[in-house]
Unconditional design. Structure first.
Length: 591
């Protein structure tokens, strides 16, 4: 959300948000125009009903004919029937168009979130994004489904009532309007307070959703360390703040509504008192006094609704500010306007004097240069924080470098289509994410070009078929959120099958076998050897025994490549690699 330094800046930004929200109405202007016509008709009916009864009272008093009552009852029934039809039509149109607009905004927001770079997700809590796509978008529904149209209706109704009252009796009308300055002052005060309470409640709701998203995902850690009581206290604190924000919002309405109602009653008392003398003096008829009494009640209702609708509009604008703040986020990794499309990616990767920092200042890679030929198997080793995983992220262009160049098959990756580049890279990571669905859908990821046979073949290659075929429904076995019903090794095997089913030209393995037991690792080693044939393979591993077969091992230290060569060559140098190797052997022996 934007930070405002003064009221004019805030007002300007809210104006921009309103203009953007109104822009979504353009495809439906015809329907909204029809709603406005219906509103004018409904307002006319609202004005006509008291006049119909008032005229009937005067006629009955003058003539004493009961036919007037019957005739008035028929006319009144027709007016009510027309109002019923007009209201149903208007509500149907508004709800239909409003939900279509909300559907459009929700789709656009999610598509935009998908286009944002990895750095954005590094810094933005998941719960905040969930709130934007669900709660904040839904908050706009009321605006499109009623607020804007009802604002127009209430303004027209107020002007219509004022005009008719002045036409009937100017003196009584001016007396009726005597309390309007006080009403206006209360409305301005209410709007200002309501705007702050709406904004506070939205912020508190976002905080609570963010907390829930993080802590429910990490519930196992909370239970392992026995922090349930402490986390409940944190939840209770955030929930209490949200409760107080909603309570404050409720109290604002609870005070404002009775005040407006009190003013309407006072105005009615004054009009009835003055009007009664006018009736007794013969200046006006009883029917006119009845019309004024009805109009007074109708006059203050739209004023009250108008103030509340402005406040609800403020709430929608507060949500819109947050939504458009996301939509205005620019992806740091941009798709080139005219991307180079390679006929086929062979897998030659070259880093030339690459400097990279996640925050643009603290470099995690410093002047890194290397070449990986197609089909070559290269491993990166080094201490935690040396920059190994960063290299893998840069190859897939999940981040852009600050200096230097990265090329694939001789073409700068910044000129390539992100879709073609990433579809050519198969990433197998230590932290496996499994989606809800079935085993087959998790392997295919809804790629229609991958057949059931491709899925089975990939599962057989990595020996995932051994546990899949034992399941009751095989490849159609339902998968819960994050694959919680599978072991870590089974989830890892599924990720292997997923990667291989997409037939990448480049294999990237970031500690991919860390969660697989020794027996399972031995089963997939042979399959991996076959799959590596003809593919460029890049591995990151702390267990040096898993990368000894690599064509080249690069040793990273503090963001630089300090050593490179085969396993035997690096041992012979008696450098960093040999120390890492001896430390690991010593650890394995003592363990």
């Amino acid at each position: 959300m934007k930070n405002f330094t003064d009221d004019s800046t805030e007002s300007e930004y809210r104006g921009n948000a309103l203009r953007k929200l109104l822009a979504y109405m353009k495809p439906y202007l015809g329907w909204f125009f029809l709603c406005l016509i219906l509103i004018l008709a409904l307002t006319g009916l609202d004005l006509y009903r008291p006049m119909l009864i008032g005229d009937a009272i005067d006629l009955f008093e003058a003539e004493g004919n009961y036919d007037v009552i019957v005739d008035t009852a028929i006319k009144y029934s027709v007016v009510l029937a027309l109002g019923f039809v007009f209201n149903i039509t208007q509500a149907w149109i508004l709800q239909k168009t409003g939900q279509k607009i909300i559907f459009t905004i929700r789709r656009e927001l999610y598509l935009h979130i998908q286009s944002l770079s990895s750095r954005f997700f590094d810094l933005t809590p998941v719960g905040k994004l969930v709130t934007r796509v669900t709660n904040d978008v839904e908050a706009l529904s009321e605006m499109y489904s009623g607020i804007l149209v009802r604002l127009f209706r209430n303004i027209v109704k107020i002007l219509g009532l004022a005009g008719v009252m002045l036409f009937l009796d100017r003196k009584l009308a001016l007396i009726s309007f005597a309390l309007l300055p006080l009403v206006a002052a209360l409305t301005v005060l209410f709007r200002r307070i309501a705007r702050e309470t709406y904004r506070l409640s939205r912020t508190r709701l976002t905080d609570l959703n963010t907390f829930l998203s993080e802590n429910i995902s990490g519930m196992r850690i909370i239970q392992i360390f026995g922090r349930e009581k402490r986390k409940f206290q944190e939840f209770d604190d955030r929930s209490g703040k949200l409760y107080r924000a909603y309570y404050k919002e409720m109290m604002v309405f609870a005070i404002f509504r009775p005040l407006i109602y009190l003013l309407s009653v006072l105005s009615l008392m004054v009009v009835l008192g003055v009007g009664s003398r006018e009736v007794l003096g013969g200046s006006i008829s009883i029917g006119v006094l009845y019309i004024f009494a009805q109009y007074i009640q109708s006059f203050f209702d739209p004023i009250q609704e108008l103030a509340e609708q402005f406040s609800t509009l403020q709430s929608s604008l507060a949500s819109a500010e947050k939504i458009f703040a996301i939509l205005e986020e620019e992806p740091q990794v941009r798709e080139p306007e005219n991307p180079v499309i390679l006929p086929r990616i062979l897998g030659r990767i070259e880093f030339s004097h690459v400097w990279f920092a996640y925050d643009g200042e603290n470099y995690v890679l410093r002047d890194v240069s290397f070449v990986i030929e197609p089909g070559q198997k290269v491993a990166f080793v080094g201490a935690t924080g040396a920059g190994k995983t960063s290299i893998l992220n840069l190859i897939g262009r999940y981040y852009d470098i600050q200096r230097g160049t990265i090329t694939i098959d001789g073409t700068d990756i910044r000129l390539l289509s992100k879709k073609q580049l990433r579809s050519a890279i198969g990433q197998m990571q230590q932290d496996v994410f499994i989606f809800q669905g079935t085993i087959e859908s998790n392997i295919r990821l809804y790629n229609e070009s991958i057949t059931r046979e491709d899925v089975k073949q990939a599962a057989e290659y990595v020996n995932a078929s051994r546990f899949i075929e034992k399941l009751p429904r095989g490849y159609e076995e339902p998968v819960s959120e994050r694959g919680a019903t599978f072991s870590a090794g089974e989830r890892q095997l599924l990720s292997f099958a997923r990667t291989l089913a997409h037939k990448p030209a480049i294999l990237v393995m970031d500690e991919a076998t860390a969660n697989i037991d020794t027996e399972t690792e031995l089963l997939i080693q042979e399959a991996l050897q076959k799959l590596m044939e003809g593919r460029t393979t890049i591995m990151v591993a702390h267990r040096l025994s898993t990368i000894q077969h690599a064509d080249c091992i690069m040793v990273m230290h503090k963001g630089k490549i300090r050593e490179r060569g085969t396993h035997q060559e690096l041992l012979a140098r008696n450098g960093i690699y040999k120390k890492l190797y001896e430390l690991q052997i010593h650890h394995d022996v003592t363990a």
